[in-house]
Design a protein around this ligand. Sequence first.
Ligand code: CTP
Ligand code: MG
Length: 242
Amino acid sequence: MSTGCVLVAAGSGTRLAAGSPKAFVVLDGRPLLVHAAERVLRSGVCQHLVLVVPDGRQDESTALVSGLAGAEGVVLRAVAGGADRRSSVAAGLAALPADVDVVLVHDAARCLTPPEQVAEVERAVRTGAAAVVPGVPVSDTVRAVDVEGVPRGGPIDRTSLRLVQTPQGFRREVIERAHALASEHGLPAALAATDDASLAELLGAPVTVVPGREEAFKVTRPLDLALATAVLAQERAAGATS
Ligand code: CTP
Ligand code: MG
């Protein structure tokens, strides 16, 4: 029995608009994909790592990741992604060998996710949870509005809300059944494209929320790259003093 991580990195990065697919945008001298993979490897919990990348970039991606610390003893594969996130996840799942029983699905765009978060999600599945997501509290006031922007209902009680991050962890049969169901019957695009745990929930699998971390934010827009640069500088400063 082993743990496999599907690292999805095949998106185009339209909102970042950096001129190349987002996972290959360079942050502090290295592509986002490399930052993300390094932190997954440093968690020490994965025996298999599947990189899901734009078609044609498989060899380059394997070469970038294979030399990283923590890659020894980890079986690395790279496969081509699909047109949306869900099909990219499905391509990654299909590349996992039979002995993998716990699957982590992680966004390369959450490139600074601490290794501890990866390990905590994995442990929660190993110790019995069917589906696990990290979540962080919402700090802004949230309002629902109509198409004209007019508020509908009062402010939403944010104490009960969580922003969901990755990696999301699953018993393998749960994530595979969820994806099979989604491709057979189709699902609303917004749900199908962004969140694997919601798919699992449709099957009736209970989802466990564990505390996430601010550093696991997703690089989506240009300002997020500035934040990522600052987080790396802070990490380096903390490393220099510890
Ligand atoms: N992803 C993927 N395949 C797709 C779409 C997305 O592997 N067809 C991955 C992205 O590479 C990213 C993660 O899913 O790591 C989260 O997606 P998102 O942040 O939306 O990235 P992009 O789709 O690349 O960005 P955008 O939506 O702005 O184009
Ligand atoms: Mg996208």
